[in-house]
Design a protein around this ligand. Sequence first.
Ligand SMILES: Nc1ncnc2c1ncn2[C@@H]1O[C@H](COP(=O)(O)OP(=O)(O)OP(=O)(O)O)[C@@H](O)[C@H]1O
Ligand SMILES: [Mg+2]
Length: 492
Amino acid sequence: MESFLDCTQVLDIPAKTQTNAFLDLPPSETALRPEVIKALDTLRDVGTEITIYQNATSYANKQSAILRANDILNSLNEYATNQIITPEKAIISGIIYEWRKLVSTEGGKLAGQGLLNPVRNPYMAGNPVTGSLFVGREDIFRRLEELWMSPEQGESVILSGQRRIGKSSILQNLGIRLGHQTTVVDFNMQIAGAGSNTSELIHHLAWQIYDRLPPTQKQALGEPKSQQFTIENPYYALKRFLNQVDKVRDGLRFIIAVDEYERIEDLIEKNVVEPKLIWFWRGLIQTYPWFIMIFAGWHELHEMCNYWNPLFASVKSIQVGFLSPHAAQKLITEPVPEFDIDYNEEAINLIIDLTNGQPYLIQLICRELVTNFNREVFEEGRERERRFTVEDVETIINNPDFYSDGNAYFTGIWRQAEKSSPPGQLQILRKLCNKELSPLQLEQETTLSLEEVQAALQTLQAHDVIREQDGCYGYTVKLMQEWVKRTIVPLR
Ligand SMILES: Nc1ncnc2c1ncn2[C@@H]1O[C@H](COP(=O)(O)OP(=O)(O)OP(=O)(O)O)[C@@H](O)[C@H]1O
Ligand SMILES: [Mg+2]
């Protein structure tokens, strides 16, 4: 039995428990005390668990086996202390002591690799993001603060940018950045647009403003009653309501965040909403310095229909572009403070190079990296470093599923080029997916005149789809270029 103390690592244990002495334990009526035989039998169970641990390929199974071995040793220790008598007690307790040390060292190693549970995937690709997942945009917040700095008059704003660039996320993070004297009223057109006429839309706006008031002011004001807006003229009703808000607001300013503002145009086209609503809003912006509107959408104001003319002179434009390399790196490496998988520097640079800081695509790649990691380690039982490499990134972006998962972004950019004027943008995008070209080369390679090429290039550039370098044009986002190559070009 003393040879059991020779084990120097946990994997030595099974060999000890497979010796003849263990396999053929004497019957309980022999010279050995039954308690000792029971203890030896239990030590054999420990050996069995260590063999399972050794043969397990999945970390989950390894973890379970090592925990069971530990539990068995703990119970045996209690048994030995209470049931076994000297002199065997000293030997058995010594074995238990040594083996517990070995098992806990091995358990510690396993836990140190942190592979006991799948990694919670912190990245989010789709819905607006807040908290640590929201990075960058300091330039935009600075600009907004400038525009809204004056307590007397804040400027209304159009926030435009390509699909999935982070417009809604900026709106959702506004409240955290502004002082307590400013409150953000959510007037997302996906919800506000559910009304069936102008009255309902305006009534919904009154409710959203009312909801942002502190309780005492709410009480002083009273709820905006439906009949005031539906039976009477809704414009006058809102005006009267805002006059009352003005009396109780106690210095509070309201930022009305109208997300997906293009939807208003759809509603006007469908005769659900009256075009004069835009004039009315302009009137409110000009009447109440504490009533500020921020519209967010894909289009700049000058790209919208004439309905929007009233706002031209009354709002400032801010374009939402790609994340800076610094913000992109933060998003990749620290999506949550406790994230514990590393990235090689080359892998970070590759992600930034492929996306040019497009936040949605960064999150999509990183989300897939974590999903793949969990699959490899916990489903396939592969051992791997907790570190993402260039090869890991390449595996993701070479998988056709990546391009279908990112379809909302890719087709969003493509559709905008298809539907916006001038025509010819798609021809250019097709040509540019092979190499960068000058306007003259594009004229030769497409059916467009030089003027048409230049007009289309200007719009594509304004939408951040292409950029110019040394007289030649190419994609801003390499993954968009790759999507066109894979998805669009083969169709012809
Ligand atoms: N500042 C940011 N930091 C980190 N990720 C971001 C940021 N902004 C956007 N994202 C990523 O982009 C995705 C889309 O964000 P968001 O919905 O805000 O974009 P959007 O421009 O409003 O999109 P859409 O054009 O579809 O309305 C988010 O799920 C997230 O993955
Ligand atoms: Mg949005």
